[in-house]
Write a protein that binds this ligand. Structure first.
Ligand SMILES: [Zn+2]
Length: 117
């Protein structure tokens, strides 16, 4: 089981198909392939399938930015306005950068739990 989790996580972080690990999930920054060109796994299994990826993206962004905020609060003497000025750009940019990884991680989690095509 631990090996399956490591393999699935590795493929997700490399943005590869969770089943075969060979083909890329994305054709552009936001454009996801419909299915794997090699093994045929359909990436979007149902309409609204990637709503869960939004939760993943939101959770990671919230943990990261709140952690940074409290780290700055504890280690520096910055005002709250200055801390927000440092953290807010991250809140905007990080979810856009993490978009592909959130979908990939969601797909990998689903693949790990439910291997139905
Ligand atoms: Zn594949």
């Amino acid at each position: 089981m631990a090996e399956r989790i490591a393999t699935s996580l590795s493929r997700a972080l490399r943005l590869r198909c969770p089943r075969c690990g060979e083909t890329p999930l994305f054709r552009g920054w936001f454009a996801m392939a419909e299915s794997c060109a090699l093994c045929g796994l359909r990436f979007e299994r149902a309409q609204g399938y990637f709503v869960g990826a939004i939760y993943v993206n939101y959770a990671v962004t919230a943990v990261l930015t709140l952690g940074l905020f409290f780290l700055l609060w504890g280690l520096t003497a910055l005002s709250t306005a200055a801390e927000l000025a440092l953290v807010l750009p991250l809140v905007i940019v990080f979810p856009l950068w993490f978009f592909r990884y959130s979908r990939s991680l969601w797909l990998a989690l689903e693949w790990l739990i439910n291997r139905e095509p």
